[in-house]
Design a protein around this ligand. Structure first.
Ligand code: XUL
Length: 457
C-alpha cells in the first residue's frame, strides 16, 4: 500500500511516497523556497525584515510549492497512480486568512518565528492568568494564533471583517488538496491557545476574548479517528487518483512523533531543523512549570509535550560560515579536536529572538573570548550550549533512556554524541531525515486502514 506524505516546512516542501507495509520511502521530491521560487523573495522561507520580531511569508508561496513538489514527484517517475491516500504536515502556528472567495485577506501570513505580538500576549495573560495554560496547554505565546489573530483584527479591522475563514497552514493545505474546507487537527490545533484540551473543542470564552466574531471564522476540529477528506479532481494533473482519502495535515512536530515511531510513551525525540524541538508522547496531561514548553494533541490520541528552540539549524549554519569551515568539520572534526565539556567554554547563539528561554536576539553570548577562539572551540561551545539549555528546559517532560534524533542535523556525529552525554541516554538516529513527511504518510495509511475496517467513510 503506497501513501503520500507532504511536509511543508519553513524553508521548503518535501513529498515522499511511502510503502507502509515495507516501511520504506520509494520516491521523494523537494522544493526549496529560496532556490526554486525566488519570485517570492524569501531566501529562508520568510520575507526578510530588519525587525527580527516580524517573520511573515506570502501564503501563495506555500500553494505554489505544493504544486511544484507534486510536479517534480511525477517527473521523477514516482508511481503516482498507485498512491492510495494522502497525509502530511506543516510548520506549526502559521495562520492563513481567507475571504468568502478563497482570496487571502492577510497578504503576509505570520509564521512560527514571528514574535511581534508581545502586547497581545500581555493582554491574554492579564485576563486569563494561569488558566490559559491549564486550558490550552500553553501560556499565551507570541507565535500562537490567538495573539496573532488579535493583532490582525486590531491593526487591519476591514481585512479582518472580510475574513470568513482562519486556517493553520496545515488545514489550509489540506483544504487545497481536498478542494473544500478542512478541519484543524488536534495536534496542530493545540498550538493556537484556543483549543480546550479537556474537551477538544474551541474554548468559546478565549475565542470571544480574542475577537467576538472569531468562533465563526474557525474551521471545525479533526480528532484522531475522524473520517478523512477526499482528493480534489485538479490533482489528477499530477497522476494522482481523485477521490482517494486525504487525512487532515497535522503540525510538523506531531507528525515527526509518528514518523519516529514515538507516538507511544517510552522515548523522546529531538528534531534538529530550522527550529530544534524536544518532544515526547504524554500519557498524563502536565504543563511546564517554567512556562516555556507546550502540550499539543498526539495525532493518534492523547497528548504530547514539546519545547521549541528557535535558534536551531540556521544559527548553526551561521556559526559554521563565520568559522569558515565546511559541514564535515562542523559535524565531526570539531568534536575530534576538542574534549567533551570544552574546558568549561560555552556559547549560546541568539541570532533570532529565542523562545526557550525567552531571550532577545543579541548574537552569540559566550563565557570566553569568542572572536579569538579556534573554529573547533567555537563550534563545540555552541553545540554544548544549545544541548545543555535543551536538557535544562525539558526536565519537566521527564528522563528518557532512549532519544531518537531526527531532522537534517541528525547526520552530525558530534551533535549526537553531545546529546547522548548530556541526556545520559542512548541516541538513535533515523536513516531518513524526513520523519515528518513519513509521519504524515503513516497517518494517511492509518486512515485508509480505518476505512477498510469499516470506520469512517
Ligand atoms: C513548534 C514550533 C516550530 C515549528 C517549526 O512550536 O514553533 O517547531 O513547528 O516548523
Amino acid at each position: 500500500m503506497l501513501t503520500l506524505g507532504i511536509d511543508s516546512s519553513t524553508q521548503g516542501v518535501k513529498a515522499v511516497v511511502y510503502d507502509a507495509v515495507a516501511d520504506r520511502v520509494v520516491a521523494s521530491a523537494n522544493v526549496n523556497y529560496g532556490r526554486d521560487l525566488p519570485e517570492f523573495g524569501s531566501p529562508e522561507g520568510f520575507l526578510p525584515n530588519a525587525d527580527t520580531c516580524i517573520r511573515r511569508a506570502d501564503p501563495g508561496m506555500w500553494v505554489r510549492g505544493l504544486d511544484l513538489v507534486l510536479a517534480r514527484l511525477k517527473e521523477s517517475g514516482a508511481p503516482m497512480g498507485e498512491i492510495s491516500a494522502v497525509g502530511g504536515d506543516a510548520q506549526q502556528h502559521a495562520t492563513v486568512y481567507l475571504d468568502a472567495d478563497g482570496g487571502f485577506t492577510r497578504k503576509a501570513s505570520p509564521i512560527w518565528m514571528d514574535s511581534s505580538t508581545g502586547e497581545e500576549v500581555s493582554r491574554l495573560n492579564a485576563h486569563f492568568g494561569k488558566t490559559l495554560q491549564t486550558r490550552t496547554g500553553s501560556p499565551a505565546i507570541e507565535r500562537f494564533a490567538a495573539a496573532q489573530i488579535m493583532k490582525f483584527a486590531c491593526e487591519e479591522p476591514d481585512a479582518y471583517a472580510r475574513t470568513t475563514r482562519i486556517h493553520l497552514l496545515s488545514s489550509f493545505l489540506t483544504s487545497v488538496l481536498a478542494g473544500e474546507d478542512s478541519p484543524i487537527d488536534v495536534g496542530d490545533g493545540a498550538g493556537m491557545n484556543l483549543l480546550n484540551l479537556a474537551t477538544l473543542e474551541w474554548d468559546a470564552e478565549i475565542c470571544s476574548f480574542v475577537n467576538r466574531s472569531l468562533l465563526q471564522k474557525l474551521p471545525r476540529i479533526h480528532r484522531p479517528g475522524d473520517a478523512p477528506l477526499r482528493l480534489a479532481q485538479r490533482f489528477a494533473a499530477y497522476g494522482l487518483r481523485p477521490g482517494i482519502p486525504v487525512e487532515p495535515f497535522t503540525g510538523d512536530n506531531p507528525a515527526s512523533l509518528v514518523g519516529c515511531g514515538a507516538e507511544k510513551p517510552g522515548c523522546a525525540v529531538i528534531s534538529l531543523g530550522t527550529s530544534d524541538t524536544f518532544f515526547a508522547a504524554m500519557p498524563d496531561f502536565r504543563t511546564d512549570p517554567g512556562g516555556c514548553g507546550h502540550v499539543f494533541g498526539n495525532p493518534v490520541g492523547g497528548f504530547m509535550s514539546l519545547a521549541c528552540f528557535k535558534n536551531g539549524s540556521l544559527a548553526r549554519d551561521r556559526v559554521r560560515r563565520e568559522c569558515g569551515v565546511d559541514w564535515k568539520f562542523f559535524d565531526e572534526t570539531a568534536f575530534d579536536l576538542t574534549p567533551s565539556g570544552n574546558g568549561g567554554r560555552r556559547a549560546f547563539p541568539y541570532f533570532e529572538n529565542e523562545i526557550t528561554p525567552c531571550h532577545a536576539a543579541t548574537g552569540v553570548e559566550a563565557n570566553f573570548d569568542w572572536d579569538s577562539a579556534s573554529p573547533e572551540v567555537r563550534i563545540r561551545a555552541v553545540v554544548e550550549g544549545q544541548i545543555a539549555n535543551m536538557r535544562e528546559r525539558t526536565r519537566w517532560i521527564g528522563d528518557f533512556k532512549i532519544i531518537c534524533v531526527t531532522g537534517g542535523a541528525s547526520r552530525s556525529r558530534g551533535i549526537c554524541s553531545v546529546i547522548g552525554e548530556m541526556f545520559g541516554a542512548d541516541v538513535k538516529t533515523l536513516d531518513a531525515t524526513d520523519s515528518a513527511a513519513i509521519g504524515g504518510a503513516r497517518l494517511a495509511a492509518a486512515a485508509l486502514e480505518r476505512i477498510k475496517g469499516g470506520a469512517g467513510k
